[in-house]
Ligand binder design. Structure first.
Ligand code: UDP
Length: 480
């Protein structure tokens, strides 16, 4: 059977699966056959908490295939039980035989695979398999992290050559990095990807991250979840080394806009790809709050905090006298002893001005008129969702690209404040008040301007809209 058939293969973590599933849906909206590879447990979680069934029913060309699990369900890369290294190693091991099969299989119902879009974090996996099998099809790398972090990842070897790396301990964190083209003197050591730090969280070595990033040079194209207007400086640098870069982001917004134009516009956008049970009770609570009065606090799907850190955040929020909506995932706090007691105590003491939930429909929350700010861990999806909603941010980055994203939020895009490496109730209180009151106009103005640019980029004729068209054309023409 002729036609385009794309395999989409994300790293099995919420932020990666979420954005690559949205990309898969965008491809299916363009009538491409798409096979989405996921682990059993992630697929089960999407079946329980997401909209996999609805997706399968809506798109006859979207297919799901699962592979064995690589780590115990509920364990996150930040925890001691499953490191990023473990996850990468075992996923690669399980995925290889399956990918090999898919690449050679023929069926009367589905066209032969004509393109692979793999998570860039898997390095040369698909390229190696395609060469081993003697298959020449486009292998595209999708980066679920930011472009502004992809570039430092790529430049790491040069930072070692110029002796700007390694970081020499805590006293070295404020040293400015001058040798990243396009980012000269912008990043301090503390703003580099977290894996550059001695004893970094997630147990991934910077050598490994840098090596995997270099492997993207062998890919036929790169997809970055960003838009030209947001990242043009960094994109012009990346394009000097990667001639074919598609910027079809923000993917979640791109998909929402395309779906709104079709009869597929009724699906709820924000919990369609969730690994957790979404609590929608915040909607009624938010409806009852004044416009722009609530600070939304969420640390994504993987960040873990100590009990002391949680208490600093909570006291800071309470002392700020602002209303807040705090997401406390069941596994947010390290060491779960007495968790329920803490939660009940906080809920009780908070109920005047705050709401604490385990997982929210975040895109909808950020779009709600009651939200005036977002205290975030600066995960790339959360950052994009906030930019699209025009909501200013306070950043408390945890790991990976988040250290770079938060620097860009405060110093480049000027849509918020960077609180990295500090967790102190007085600082939380001050930053919440700066964001929501004292500097509100300034941040709101730049956040809303950025939101308009984001929206324009995915509208017909916009940069991301055109990039998506180009990508579809490239995939289709390679399938003839
Ligand atoms: N998210 C959500 N509800 C929550 C918290 C997070 O739907 O209560 C979603 C959020 O919208 C985002 C994803 O989880 O799409 C988190 O991805 P991100 O890249 O920000 O961080 P990660 O989880 O990868 O650290």
């Amino acid at each position: 059977m002729a036609g385009a058939h794309v395999v989409v293969f994300p790293c099995p973590l919420q932020g990666h699966v979420g954005s690559m599933l949205k990309l898969a849906e965008l491809l299916a909206l363009h009538h491409l056959h798409v096979t989405f590879i996921n682990t059993h447990s992630n697929h089960n979680r999407l079946t329980r908490f997401g909209n996999i069934q609805a997706l399968s029913a809506s798109y006859s060309t979207l297919h799901f295939i699962t592979i064995a699990d690589c780590y115990r369900e509920g364990k996150h890369p930040g925890s001691r039980d499953a490191t990023m290294g473990d996850i990468m190693l075992s996923t690669t091991l399980h995925a290889k035989p399956l990918l090999r099969n898919i690449l050679v299989s023929e069926s009367p119902a589905i066209p032969k695979v004509s393109c692979v879009i793999q998570d860039g974090i898997f390095g040369s996996l698909s390229n190696d398999l395609a060469s081993e099998l003697g298959i020449r099809i486009p292998i595209i790398h999708f980066r679920t992290s930011s472009a502004c972090c992809f570039w430092p990842y790529f430049w790491i070897p040069k930072l070692f050559e110029s002796k700007e790396l390694p970081i020499r301990g805590d006293g070295d964190m404020d040293r400015t990095i001058s040798n990243i083209p396009g980012m000269e003197n912008l990043l301090r050591c503390r703003d580099l990807p977290s894996f550059c730090r001695p004893g970094a969280k997630g147990n991934m070595s910077i050598d490994w991250v840098s090596f995997q990033t270099q492997q993207s040079l062998a890919a036929d194209a790169l997809i970055l979840n960003t838009f030209e207007e947001l990242d043009h400086l960094v994109l012009s640098q990346i394009r000097l080394h990667f001639p074919k870069v598609y910027t079809a982001g923000p993917v979640h917004h791109h998909l929402n806009v395309r779906k709104a134009e079709t009869n597929k516009g009724n699906d709820s956008p924000s919990f369609g790809n969730s690994f957790f049970e979404t609590d929608r009770s915040c909607k009624a609570w938010l409806d009852a709050q004044p416009q722009g009065s609530v600070i939304y606090v969420s640390f994504g799907s993987s960040t873990i905090v100590t009990r002391e850190e949680l208490m600093e955040f909570w006291h800071g929020l309470v002392n700020s006298k602002k209303r807040f909506l705090l997401v406390m995932r069941p596994d947010l706090v390290v060491g779960r002893e007495n968790d329920d007691q803490i939660l009940e105590k906080l809920k009780e003491e908070t109920k005047e001005r705050g709401l604490i939930l385990e997982w929210t429909p975040q895109e909808e929350v950020l779009a709600h008129k009651a939200i005036g700010g977002f205290l975030t861990h600066s995960g790339w999806n959360s950052t994009l969702e906030s930019l699209v909603a025009g909501v200013p941010m306070i950043c408390w980055p945890y790991f990976a690209d988040q250290q770079v994203n938060s620097r860009f939020v405060s110093e480049v895009w000027k849509v918020g404040l960077d609180m990295k490496d500090v967790c102190d109730r007085d600082v939380v209180e001050k930053m919440v008040n700066d964001l929501m009151v004292h500097r509100r106009e300034e941040f709101l103005k730049s956040a809303q301007a950025m939101a308009m640019l984001a929206h324009k980029s995915v509208s017909p004729g916009g940069s991301s809209y055109s990039s998506m068209e180009d990508l579809i054309h490239y995939i289709k023409s390679a399938s003839k």
